[in-house]
Design a binder for this molecule. Structure first.
Ligand SMILES: [Zn+2]
Length: 198
């Protein structure tokens, strides 16, 4: 027997990251209880997003045009390139207002157990870009997870022979946080990565 439309919606929601079966059910019933317009708008937006969005030809961020909104800006620092895992990271760094260079989106991290090597990521595109663009510093801003660290180390190694400054984003205690609640690994990193104040 085929699944009902409701089951299919629940399964689709449950396939999304961070959403379990219960939340998926709650979301599906929420949509069901809204005016028809809500579901139609949601379906239209999803279809339009899939039809319109593509990868930026330069940085592999999501974009509606061949160059994304950031690559289209001319007032950013040409020499500074921030390498991130995915487009969400670009958004987060942009929101912080702390970075005025350009990005390169790897579209994932190295994960040998999942069969993801450099060829599955936008690594060759990164090397090609470094061959032709006047970049002086590469900031490796992959997540501070095991895979993110391994990806950063791989890239640092692969880029070592180039005339580039290679930096890694800092990790440590959160702003406004209390040291009592910081886990041991983060605490160890914060001590190792301490900086002089004077
Ligand atoms: Zn771009």
């Amino acid at each position: 027997m085929n699944d009902s439309a409701l089951d299919r919606v629940i399964q689709s929601f449950a396939a999304m990251p961070g959403i379990g079966k219960k939340t998926a059910q709650r979301l599906a019933y929420f949509v069901l209880n809204q005016e028809n317009r809500f579901a139609v708008d949601l379906a239209d937006a999803l279809r339009e997003m899939k039809e319109k969005l593509r990868w930026c030809e330069r940085c592999y961020n999501i974009s509606e045009t061949s160059l994304c909104s950031i690559c289209s800006m001319t007032n950013r620092r040409e020499g500074l390139l921030c390498v991130v895992e995915d487009a969400v990271n670009v958004n987060n760094i942009e929101r912080s207002g702390s970075f005025d260079g350009y990005y390169h989106v790897l579209q994932g991290v190295l994960s040998p157990v999942n069969g993801i090597g450099p060829d599955e990521l936008r690594v060759n595109e990164l090397f090609a870009r470094l061959d032709k663009d006047p970049i002086s510093e590469v900031i490796l801003a992959t997540n501070p997870t095991v895979e993110g660290e391994a990806t950063a180390m791989f890239l640092a190694d692969a880029l070592a022979d180039r005339n580039l400054k290679i930096t890694r984003i800092a990790v440590g205690v959160p702003i406004g946080g209390n040291l009592d609640y910081v886990d041991e690994i983060t605490m160890a990193k914060a001590i190792t990565n301490r900086r002089p104040l004077l």
